[in-house]
Design a protein around this ligand. Structure first.
Ligand code: PMP
Length: 427
C-alpha cells in the first residue's frame, strides 16, 4: 500500500515528498507511509509497527501523540487557529524560553528552524553592519540561500555540494570552514578583519550525523568571536530542550550572543525562534530597522503545543534528562557491542538522547571523517532494521533521537534486531 501511495504522491509532489530527507534515496527500498503514532511507536499503511528513532527529526521528545499536548492543541483549536493578532500564549511560551536560556532577554517566534537561522543572520548583520558570515562544513542551518554551502543533512545524503538556484553572488559572503578547527577560524578573522558579522554553529552537530565539539572548542569560538566583536550564534534548533532543558549551552556552559531554536519548542507543530539580549533584539521590527515577519508566526495552536511540551519538560526535567541519557547509553552501547561481536566496523557518537552509529572505524569529529563512512553497509543495516520494526533516520548523515516514551523493552528489542542486521551487513 505504501508503494501505491508513493506512486500517487510522485505524480503531484517532487519525489513524492515534502522534504527530501524523507525519501529513501540513500538507503534504497520503499519508504513506509505513516498513518499514526503512539508513544515510541509508529504504524504504517501496510499494517507494520516500528519503534521510532526519528521522532519527526527531533521535535517529539515526548513521543507521538502525548495526551497533554494533544489536549492543549484541541483546546486552542476550538477557539480559532490564527488571528494575525497577539494572543496571551505567545508571552507564556516566551517566558519559558527565557527561563531556560538566561542570555535571552527577548525572543521572536517564527514557523521553522530555517526562518529562525535566516533571521538571526540578518539580525547579526544589522547589528554589526558587516557582511561576511562563517558557517562550518557539515552543519545544516535550514535552506536559506546563504546557508546552503557544505550544509550536511539531506545535501550530504544526496552527495551534492550546495544547491542549484543559489547564485554565486548570494553566497559570496558565506565562509564555510572545517568544524573543530580553531586555526581555520583565526585565519578567516585575520583575512576578513572587521568584516565577519557572525559565526553560526550547531553546538553539537546533528546534521552530519551526531558530532559533538570536543572540550574547549565552543569556548574557543566564544573567545574568538568576543575578541573580534562578531556575533556568536548557537543553532539549537536540534539541541535546544533536548540535551538539557537549557540546550547545549547549559550542558557546556558556553553562552552565545544569539540562539536559534525550533523542533521541540513547537511540540510537533511548526515553530522556530531566535533570541538574545535586548541590545541586539531591539533592532528587530517594529522596534528597529531589521525587518522580519510571518502571517502564522506565534499562532495559538503552535504556541499551545510548545507550551504543553516545555511545561512538561520543565516540571520533570530532573528525571527526564538523566533517564534519556541512561536509556540512550544502553541502546547505543548495546548496538555497538553487537557490531563488535559480528565483526562489523563501527564507531558511535552520542550526546544525551542524540546519537549516530557510523560505519567507519572513526573517530568522527568533522565532515571529512564522517564522509569516510561506508554508506552501502549503512543502507543494508538500515533496511534490515526497518524490515524488523525499527525505524532509524534513512541516512548515515543524520542523528537519531530517543524520547521519553521509549522503554527498556524498546531498547532491548532494538539491540536484538541490530544483531540480525549486522549479520546482513556482511551478506
Ligand atoms: N538548524 C538545525 C540545526 C536543524 O537541524 C534544522 C532542521 N533539521 C534546521 C536548522 C532547519 O529547521 P527547519 O527544517 O524547521 O526549517
Amino acid at each position: 500500500i505504501s508503494r501505491k501511495l508513493q506512486q500517487r504522491a510522485e505524480q503531484m509532489i517532487p519525489g513524492g515528498v515534502n522534504s527530501p530527507v524523507r525519501a529513501f534515496r540513500a538507503v534504497g527500498g520503499d519508504a513506509p507511509f505513516i498513518l499514526r503514532g503512539q508513544g515510541s511507536h509508529i504504524f504504517d499503511a501496510d499494517g507494520n509497527e516500528y519503534i521510532d528513532y526519528v521522532g519527526s527529526w527531533g521535535p517529539l521528545i515526548l513521543g507521538h501523540a502525548p495526551s497533554k499536548v494533544i489536549e492543549a492543541i484541541m483546546d486552542a483549536a476550538c477557539n480559532g487557529t490564527s488571528f494575525g493578532a497577539s494572543t496571551p500564549a505567545e508571552a507564556d511560551l516566551a517566558e519559558i524560553v527565557l527561563s531556560a536560556f538566561p542570555h535571552i532577554q527577548k525572543v521572536r517566534f517564527v514557523s521553522s528552524g530555517t526562518e529562525a537561522t535566516m533571521s538571526a543572520i540578518r539580525l547579526a548583520r544589522a547589528y554589526t553592519k558587516r557582511k561576511y558570515i562563517v558557517k562550518f562544513e557539515g552543519c545544516y542551518h535550514g535552506h536559506a540561500d546563504a546557508l546552503l554551502v557544505k550544509a550536511g543533512s539531506g545535501i550530504a545524503t544526496l552527495g551534492i555540494p550546495g544547491s542549484a538556484g543559489v547564485p554565486e553572488e548570494f553566497i559570496q559572503f558565506t565562509l564555510a570552514l572545517p568544524f573543530n578547527d580553531t586555526d581555520a577560524l583565526e585565519h578567516a578573522f585575520k583575512k576578513y578583519k572587521h568584516e565577519i558579522a557572525c559565526v553560526i554553529v550547531e553546538p553539537v552537530v546533528g546534521n552530519m550525523g551526531c558530532v559533538p565539539a570536543p572540550g574547549g572548542y565552543l569556548a574557543a569560538l566564544r573567545l574568538i568571536t568576543q575578541r573580534e566583536k562578531s556575533v556568536l550564534i548557537f543553532d539549537e534548533v536540534m539541541t535546544g530542550f533536548r540535551l538539557a532543558f537549557g540546550g547545549a549551552q547549559e550542558l557546556y556552559g558556553v553562552v552565545p550572543d544569539l540562539t536559534t531554536m525550533g523542533k521541540i519548542i513547537g511540540g510537533g507543530l511548526p515553530v522556530g525562534a531566535y533570541g538574545g539580549p535586548s541590545e541586539i533584539m531591539n533592532l528587530v521590527a517594529p522596534l528597529g530597522p531589521m525587518y522580519q515577519a510571518g502571517t502564522l508566526s506565534g499562532n495559538p495552536l503552535a504556541m499551545a503545543a510548545g507550551l504543553a511540551t516545555l511545561r512538561h519538560l520543565r516540571e520533570h526535567k530532573q528525571e527526564i534528562y538523566p533517564r534519556l541519557d541512561k536509556l540512550s547509553g544502553e541502546l547505543v552501547d548495546g548496538v555497538a557491542a553487537a557490531a563488535k561481536d559480528a565483526g562489523v566496523t563501527l564507531c558511535h557518537n552520542r550526546v544525551g538522547s542524540m546519537f549516530t552509529w557510523f560505519f567507519t572505524p572513526g573517530p568522527v569529529t568533522d565532515w571529512d571523517s564522517a564522509a569516510k563512512s561506508d554508506t552501502e553497509s549503512f543502507g543494508r543495516f538500515f533496511r534490515t532494521m526497518l524490515d524488523n520494526g525499527v525505524y532509524l533516520p534513512p541516512s548515515q548523515f543524520e542523528a537519531a533521537f530517543l524520547g521519553t516514551a521509549h522503554t527498556e523493552e524498546d531498547i532491548q528489542r532494538t539491540i536484538d534486531v541490530a544483531k540480525q542486521a549486522f549479520a546482513s551487513v556482511h551478506a
